[in-house]
Every structure is written in structure tokens, then in C-alpha cells.
Design a protein around this ligand. Sequence first.
Ligand code: LLP
Length: 417
Amino acid sequence: MKPAMRPMDYVGRALSCDGVVLADIAAKVGTPCYVYSAATILANYHAYDDALQGVPHTVCYAMKANGNLAILRLLAAAGAGFDIVSGGELYRVLKAGGDPAKVVFSGVGKTSEEIDAALAAGIFAFNCESEPELALVDALAHRRGIKARVALRVNPDVAADTHAHIATGSLGHKFGVDIGQAEAVYERARLYENLLLEGVSCHIGSQQFDFEPMMKAADRVLELIACLRAKGFDIRHADLGGGLGVTYRPDEPAPPIAEFTAALREKVAGYDLHLFLEPGRSIVGNAGVLITRVLYRKKSGDKEFVVVDAAMNDLIRPALYDAHHEILPLRATSADCGLRADVVGPVCESGDFLAQDRQMPEVFPGDLLAVCTTGAYGFAQASNYNARPRPVEVLIENGSWRVIRKRETFDDLIRGE
Ligand code: LLP
């Protein structure tokens, strides 16, 4: 299966996804609303999985990108594993019927409660990011009378070509252990009788278009594995993280998952390793849109504003990472009206924008717009800022659609207070 270049496209004048007219969904569930394509999510997953046929591998979906239970269920049923970073993510994976034996646990700040819950669940491995964390995992495994499989997450000191907030693989970043120190750390960790030191892991950043840094990081990890094996460590798996980008602008080509994965497959060939990958964005990113309704148009000085009902609390990527998301009208208009505008939400901050100085079609209050490629790190990073209930989420599957998370209510907003 080939992932669609543009999962959302016009059929006639109606922006549609997998045969469903998006405006029909908005009419029923209101706006703002996230809509995802099950077919695209599965096609992206299979692009990884198929390209790795013949190599022992597990594709662990980095569920931080989008942790909705329906999406986790979809991927679990397709055979995916999961990359988790918190006790809450473990809870979600288990609720969704994910197989704990295919779960890897990443993150620099795992608490003892989270580690213990993961041991109890029987996850595959911890990607440990520091020596004190190794000591803690060892102690908690001892208390349970079990052995914990561990991969040290190394920082390969390879700069990823991406936004500073989401680069993780250079010295000076909080992630992992300097690769130059790794052998010594493995040596000292021999003392820990309750650890199975069987892996090495690495993740250098997100939204990467250039494969080269990722390949360089892979080379460094493989060199380390050869050294460790020479010292008698029984290294059986390499976890090369996630990070492959998606196309946010219409003129960018999509980074081909299959090509990238095939290159990795060649790298690990002959190493007798089980390969783990942790893709998040490239599985769900292009599978989702955020639908929003135009509320007003206004001007300030020379500037034009299109005020919509979705805001930075619903989608923070433009404000936080200067991210570009295409904005398409749900009903195509042919006339180019020369409008350049900032598309802004109701939140009381000037940082609340979905697009700045963007060429827009003619839009009027009541019109519907789709903010594209928001399946990853969209709802997942949504908040209740300004006491705004988080949006409803909808999944299109097999030609029909259903709500997979209700719109929050005002009661949801004050629960627990
Ligand atoms: N593995 C680890 C250890 C990670 O930290 C991440 C992402 C992934 C895998 C998945 O990376 P992906 O395949 O999705 O690039 N909120 C930001 C992205 C943060 C990425 C954090 N870590 C954004 O919206 O751009």
C-alpha cells in the first residue's frame, strides 16, 4: 500500500477524505474538530513494516504524536509496537490492547512509579538515558524478582537539520548519554544483576527531511554495538528512534518512508540485530486535519485578519515551532481575491495564530477551513487555555466516520476542582 500524497483532496469543490465530504462531518459535530484517516495511518505504518520485510523488526509507533485510543487500537491490530514516554502513555497502550512485549519506554525523567508500572506490565525494554536511571531500573527489577531489558540511549552528537526545539542528538542536549561515554557506562552497568544489557538506542530529532544525519547516527550506533559485542556484551537490538518528517508545504516532496527504511535495512544487514524504529509524525501527521470556522474578518493598520474558532490551545505548532500548515477552504473557490491575512484564533495572545501573512482564498464568516497535516502533535498538544474545551476527534474508516473523542464540555473543564 502506498501512502496517499494528499489524503485530503477535492472531489468536485468539496474537500474530502476517503470518500467522505469533510463539511458533512463539521455540520454534524461542529468546529473546531480534528478528523483523521484510518487508511492513511495504516498505509504509513505498512510503508515502514513492508520495507523491513526480511529483517527482524518492530515498528514502535511514538504515541506522543497522537495517543487517541482508537488510533492506538488501529495500529495495535496492524501489529505495531509502541514507544511510550510516561505512565499515562503506558496506561493508554494497555487500554487500547497494545502488546506490552512490543513496548519501549523512552524519556529522560522516568519516575520510580512509572518504571515499576512498566516492569509490572512486562514491556520489552527501557531506553535508559542516564546512569542513575539504570540503577533505579535495576533496583526496581530486583524488588520484583525479574530482569529488565535495557538499551542505553546514546547521544551520537549528530546535529539534526530541524527546529531547535525538536533536535535532540547533539552534545549539550538533555537526551541520552554521550556516545563517547557509552562503553564505560555499559562496563559499569555489568554490576547490575537485574538488567539485561541487550540494546542500544538513539533518536536525534523530529521533522527531518535530510536522511544523512539519521544515517550517520545509525553508523555510530552500529560501531558502538560492534565494540560492545567485542567486549562480550550480548547486544541483540538497535532502536534507531523516529524523526522522519512529513510534508507541510505543497511544494515539498514527501520524505519516502519506504526508501528511508530500506536504507536502514541495508545498514543493519549482517549485524544479526532486531531493529526497532519509533516513528510518530510520519505515521499520523498527514492523516489529520483540523477543521475550523471563520468567525470574523478585520483589519489593523495594513494587516488583514481572518479570525477563526480554532486557536493555539487547539494547535500550538505555529506558535511554538514557527510551523507552517496549509489552510484550505472546505469548499473550493476559483477566484483569487489577492487576500493576504493572518489566520488567528480567539485566544488572548498575539502568539495565537495558525498562519501569518498567508495568501488566502476569499473567505467569509461561516466558511469552513481545514488546517492540514495536523494528525501529529495537534490534539496531543492541545490544552484548555482560556477555558476552551478541547476539540472533538473523528476517525474516517472504511468510507464512514465516527467520533473517537467527544468534544469536551464545560463540566470537563472544572472536573477535579
Ligand atoms: N522517539 C523519541 C525518543 C522521541 O523523543 C520522539 C519525538 C519520537 C521517537 C518520534 O519522533 P517523530 O517520528 O514523531 O518525529 N511536538 C513537536 C515534535 C516533538 C518530538 C518529540 N519526540 C512538533 O510538533 O514538531
